[in-house]
Write a protein of this length. Sequence first.
Length: 49
Amino acid sequence: MFGGPPPPPSEEERKQQEALANQTVTAALTTCLLLYLSPFAIDYVKRLV
């Protein structure tokens, strides 16, 4: 607003942000997969007991 926009991120900052974004997406997909498979795992364990 005052003084204009901030400078663009450096190449190193951009790479760090991209790595963090990739890590976040991977963690979210892993969580979704585990939540999807958890009822099957619980059912399997109940059958063993």
